[in-house]
Design a protein. Structure first.
Length: 234
């Protein structure tokens, strides 16, 4: 019999604008929801998920938390925020300075373009975008498949279902469009959710799947059979 040990996962959110859930919001502040959502999504595949809180947009703060994280010897590190190219996007440089070898950065997809992945020894390191929908979608598409491979589980099979509504034309980036799986007139299909804002968490909460819309897709009519990835599969 072959068995696998579940990995130890460390989570870190970054950003001056973040406050912990339950904290009264001040000007320009938002609730740090990413780590809560990621902990729930990744826990079934983990030995333990440790939330290391929020690192502010200062290198000394980020370095201090990263030192604590790597000292705990996690198998997987998942950061959110600070992965783009703005003046406060410090995560990539900090990870490199802490010995992470970067394998790739930025993916031709939406939501979730500024995704990073690398390794520090045997530790896998994912740098996810800060926008909540982007963070959760990239976790579904990249972190969860890595965990399934770690555990020796088979890949999740994509769905092939008819559209219950039309999809709009797509741009140059592959779009993972939120959708609901519904039964209408005895037919199981995909109802696209047209909300595309990467901070619109309620539309993701309502979704059961992500329609895979190719680059420059002209849009498809209801009844067209398309591919989709189920959300929430372990």
């Amino acid at each position: 019999m072959t068995v696998a040990r579940r990995p130890k996962i460390a989570l870190l959110a970054t950003g001056d604008e973040l406050v912990l859930p339950g904290t009264a919001l001040g000007p320009d502040q938002i609730v740090a929801s990413n780590s809560v959502g990621l902990a729930a999504a990744l826990a079934p595949s983990a030995e333990v998920v440790t939330d290391f809180g929020i690192a502010r947009d200062r290198r000394e703060d980020l370095d201090a938390v990263l030192e604590r994280i790597f000292a705990s010897e996690p198998d997987v590190v998942v950061t959110t925020g600070g992965a783009s190219v703005g003046e406060h996007d410090l995560v990539q440089a900090a990870l490199l300075d802490h010995g992470v070898t970067l394998d790739f950065w930025r993916i031709n997809m939406r939501p979730g373009k500024p995704l990073m992945f690398g390794a520090r020894g045997k530790t896998l390191v994912f740098g996810l975008p800060g926008n909540p929908v982007s963070a959760m979608v990239t976790a579904e598409l990249f972190v969860k498949p890595a965990l399934r491979h770690w555990l020796g589980l088979a890949d999740v099979e994509p769905l092939r279902l008819p559209l219950l509504g039309p999809t709009p034309p797509n741009t140059a980036r592959r779009h993972f469009m939120r959708a609901r799986v519904l039964v209408r007139d005895g037919v199981t299909g995909l109802l696209p959710i047209n909300e595309t804002d990467s901070g619109h968490t309620s539309s993701l909460a309502a979704a059961d799947a992500l329609i895979v819309q190719p680059e420059f897709d002209p849009g498809q009519q209801a009844g067209t059979v398309v591919s989709a990835l189920p959300i929430g599969a372990i």
